[in-house]
Design a protein. Structure first.
Length: 146
């Protein structure tokens, strides 16, 4: 008798994620927890309003553009941390298939940081933010989409 495939489902946005294992007709939270990143406003993340400067040729003032979008930076860090969790699980052969459900930008960040072996196990990608769905709602959604 063939062993059933272990399918993990990563549901994430830029600041919140859950990882499920798909059983016959149910989902179980793999880690028993939700992951929450630092979703801070720019002012809380280390920057205030941009500095002001003068034009050399006239008395007009203008704001300098910030060099770093701290909000986006924290989202990328969060995606990288999620990928480290997935990589470790992949090394331990804890899943055979991976389904990723996230908004397009987060999906891009995840693809960028996920290793080749884990990426090879991705069987589906859905570009949608459904992090707020309950497990029951998520299972119903997956039945329709996959």
């Amino acid at each position: 008798m063939r062993k059933p495939k272990k399918t993990w489902i990563l549901v994430a946005d830029g600041a919140r994620a859950r990882i499920f294992i798909k059983n016959h007709k149910s989902l179980n939270n793999v880690m028993g927890q939700d992951f929450v990143g630092e979703n801070l406003k720019d002012s809380e993340a280390g920057t205030d309003k941009p500095g002001r400067g003068y034009e050399s040729s006239n008395p007009t003032r203008h704001a300098y553009q910030p060099r770093t979008d701290w909000h986006q930076y924290h989202k990328e860090l969060f995606a990288k941390e999620l990928c480290e969790i997935i990589e470790k699980a992949n090394e331990g052969a804890e899943f055979d298939e991976l389904i990723i459900i996230s908004p397009p930008k987060t999906l891009g960040d995840i693809r960028e940081h996920l290793g080749k072996q884990a990426l090879a196990k991705v069987t589906a990608e859905i570009t949608k933010d459904i992090t707020k769905l309950s497990e029951h709602q998520l299972m119903h959604y997956l039945e329709k989409e996959l």
